[in-house]
Design a protein around this ligand. Structure first.
Ligand SMILES: Nc1ncnc2c1ncn2[C@@H]1O[C@H](COP(=O)(O)OP(=O)(O)OP(=O)(O)O)[C@@H](O)[C@H]1O
Length: 341
């Protein structure tokens, strides 16, 4: 596990921001951190990044203790805050080189990394522009470049897409998947659930300073069938040592919450809705039919989708579309909120 927190608590004066939180996040994955305003997400990320001390509990990030090894944690972690404060008179290159030098990179390597990172976030043409000129979205992209300049093992992102345009958001999603496939552990807090859904392997829900988990895989519509599938590479699961509490329960020192695997929801439409319904009844007795006569299915991975499509076609169903539906994460979040009221 790349990130582990056990019974972590942090209060501000008498207000608890994070309360006896226990989570475990595996290496080489993208995990979403989701919860309402004030749930404690930023406070948790700051503690993981060794920028805020917990009052109690223990944390390990890439095997390091942020309390006793803050310097080492800063080198292992890339941190992107929701608003990136920079030195406005410095140019983008100078800012990145300054951070790279602070991470121990020599000046030549720092210059190379600065150039690479600016290219990665499409800011090369602003390399020599002072930061004060940057727009909000460009500033966010520079913040991402800053977080990555020292090739961290763990990347912590707090609302990274806010302020970014659609193209930059799509680039960010691709980048996060690439980093995870190269072994980087990514923990990303976001309120933009539709976009988060497209990039994460699993999700940790937070409320009132604790981690919690819904009782079913995230994105799985209620009553949807458990479809046969091969385990997807990188798919997260609840380990035997780590129990996921049911909806409404808080994570406590005794129960470590792991990311809930994200099951993509797919929507199938056919020329003949009756034929589609008949096939679903025979092959997928619990499938949910939408009011328009389409089917909404929990599909674990592309291979499962291909199997379903083949099965439908072989049964003579004239499928006109079969694609990820989205909205499952938001549905899970809202139902979790509903249950907690
Ligand atoms: N420096 C601080 N001083 C006092 N209270 C704080 C401080 N930082 C956070 N808090 C409080 O701690 C709680 C958790 O805040 P936090 O910013 O971690 O939540 P969040 O989940 O990140 O919220 P959001 O989604 O709105 O960003 C809130 O009640 C907040 O008011």
């Amino acid at each position: 596990m790349s990130i582990q927190a056990c019974g972590v608590t942090r209060s501000f004066d008498s207000v608890p921001a994070v309360s006896r939180l226990s989570i475990s996040v595996p290496s080489g994955s993208v995990t979403g951190l989701v919860g309402p305003n004030g749930a404690g997400k930023t406070t948790l990320l700051l503690m993981l990044a060794a920028l805020l001390r917990p009052d109690s509990g223990s944390i390990r990030v890439a095997g390091l203790d942020p309390v006793t090894q803050p310097r080492e944690v800063h080198r292992a972690v890339g941190w992107m805050p929701d608003t990136f404060g920079t030195w406005d008179s410095l140019t983008c290159t100078e800012i990145l080189m300054t951070f790279a030098a602070a991470q121990g990179l020599d000046s030549r390597t720092a210059r190379d990394r600065a150039d690479q990172m600016l290219s990665l976030v499409y800011l090369s043409d602003m390399a020599h522009t002072p930061a004060r000129v940057l727009s909000l979205g460009q500033r966010q992209r520079l913040g991402l470049a800053r977080a990555l300049v020292h090739s961290p093992q763990v990347l912590l992102l707090d609302e990274p897409a806010s302020g970014m345009d659609p193209r930059s958001r799509a680039d960010l999603r691709t980048l996060l998947r690439d980093l995870a496939s190269q072994g980087t552990t990514v923990l990303v807090s976001s309120h933009i659930l539709s976009e988060l859904e497209e990039v994460v392997d699993g999700v940790i829900f937070m409320a009132h300073g604790s981690a919690l988990a819904p009782s079913s895989p995230t994105g799985s519509p209620r009553g949807a069938p458990e479809l046969p599938s091969e385990p997807r590479a990188g798919t997260l699961a609840t380990g035997p040592e780590a129990s996921s509490p049911q909806a409404g329960e808080s994570g406590t020192q005794g129960s470590t919450v792991v990311p809930v695997p994200l099951e993509r929801t797919w929507r199938m439409r056919a020329l003949n809705t009756l034929a589609l319904a008949r096939w679903a009844q025979e092959s997928l007795p619990q499938a949910r039919t939408t009011p328009e006569g389409a089917l909404r299915l929990a599909v674990a991975d592309d291979a499962a989708a291909a199997r379903l499509l083949r099965s439908a076609l072989e049964a003579g169903v004239e499928v006109v579309s079969f694609a990820p539906a989205g909205g499952g994460l938001e549905e899970a979040y809202l139902s979790l909120e509903e249950e907690r009221r």
